[in-house]
Design a protein around this ligand. Sequence first.
Ligand code: SF4
Length: 640
Amino acid sequence: MPVESIFPRLEPVLPRVQKPIQYVGGELNSQIKDWDEAEVRWALMYPDAYEVGLPNQGVQILYEILNEREGVLAERTYSVWPDLEAIMREQRIPQFTVDAHRPVAAFDVLGVSFSTELGYTNLLTALDLAGIPLEAADRGEDHPIVLAGGHAAFNPEPIADFLDAAVLGDGEEIALAITEVIREWKAEGRPGGRDELLMRLARSGGVYVPKFFDVTYLPDGRIQRVAPNRPGVPWRVDKHTVMDLDQWPYPKKPLVPLAETVHERFSVEIFRGCTRGCRFCQAGMITRPVRERSITTIGDMVDTGLKESGFQEVGLLSLSSADHSEIGDVAKGLADRYEGTNTSLSLPSTRVDAFNITLANEFSRGGRRSGLTFAPEGGSERMRKVINKMVTEDDLIRTVTTAYENGWRQVKLYFMCGLPTEEDEDVLAIADMAKRVIQAGRDATGRRDIRCTVSIGGFVPKPHTPFQWAAQCDHETVDRRLRALRDALRRDKEYGRSIGLRYHDGQPSIVEGLLSRGDRRVGRIIRAVWEDGGRFDGWSEHFSYERWTACADKALAGEPVDLDWYTVRERDEVEVLPWDHLDAGLDREWLWQDWQDAVDETEVEDCRWTPCYDCGVCPTMGTEIQIGPTGRKLLPLSVV
Ligand code: SF4
């Protein structure tokens, strides 16, 4: 049956909303496939506004991979702003895809990619607007399977009641595998209905179906056990790891946004995973092991992507791009190839110790010399040992000195506040480091117009990291330390004016902490917040801490747990964590030992360059580290 576009109903109301262009679709490289010819149909959602969601690599990759398959159709949907939401409710316009403006409820799967937990309330808005019951238990045979992916899906328990399923890890292969299961089940005439489809997915061990697991609690509120409640459902759910990224050179045809977005460049992921072992970094832990794309694939992807999109900037993405074993050759090869054109290169994340100025010079050959960003993360040497960020202040000063000597005037430093074991002086040490950076710049250049911007985020302990057991720092302490740092900088006559300070208050981090390490009971809070009007919690102008605390008090009344219990409480080794049945490959004992090492200020090396220290990932997942150098070179190509 054809499904009608809702655009004739949407178009007349668009003049009444902000940035209507974001709802129109038709971007370069977007696709509209025939509805009736498709056997399996995916609606892919990024649960934030178009300007944040469109550049998301995960969604773009799956969109392309699924649409490339015959008989499979994928369209995109994003969160609508509250102004359009109100009109959609008034005029009964359902949540729609931006490609063919089809109602989301008509698809087989609604796949939602969560980079952050603060998108949970936006999921509920989309479900409600789509006419899909919020709770999975209330859904009928014709409703889509609501499936979560992305980093937050490594603990989907707080939204377990709203999900039919979740997948952990790389999406490329599992999205196709799920498609095949659905295709087969539909071709067989949907035997056993929705329940049987979910059973087929769950039985594989690679798809988590929350309703097939029961959670029981101890009288004190801790989890007693999480166990499958159906025969054939494995006790643990595995993450997915794509082992040869050269086989998956996506996106080939990047989407070019119509409206302004947070990134307007072609991004190529040059490797996945990170084994540096920064203890706060969930992304690094859950994406192990390191798998590099080869220099030739990177070169081909850049060439194709630029031709297909017309972008003039290339971003080389990864968790720590300067760590690619051939980054020097990649940078030089691309800089040579695009010299004299308008194409510029950027390297979003730069570690202090991996950075070298030759590389920075290659990247800025096109003439653009914007600020350099380094992330020491901890202000004091002691703090950096705790978090395993192995960079000394002297390393940083050496690096920034060379940068200033080479013409840079602006350096940005990124830190976290509220780290485990942190004391006031660890945060005040940030001011000392920034002053040394300014002085190094002045000495290197003989100039006074040297700037340094210090940017500080609140630390949130995350599942599947050594800090998963840690007590989160309360927001009052975080705010007090940040104020003391600000005052120390303001008081400083010699350097204060050269140092900019950016930070947010600590309250949103507490809510993120609740959602990150929460269990199924937290779902009640999310629902209450959403019913009370909570939307776009990642945006400071929409976030309300008072709403979250009031809803937490109400939703958890009568329970032995509260907001503090989920956030500022330290867990012990034997406590069953809500995500223990979801397997990121990391050995629990190794994680615990790494947590003890953190407290003892003991560092671990990167297993790319030292022997394996048995974090568990490679043997558990049947994977291995894949790094170069390949020894190949990039060929100059004719430039469009
Ligand atoms: S198992 Fe060993 S080699 Fe593999 S990621 Fe862990 S420490 Fe590194």
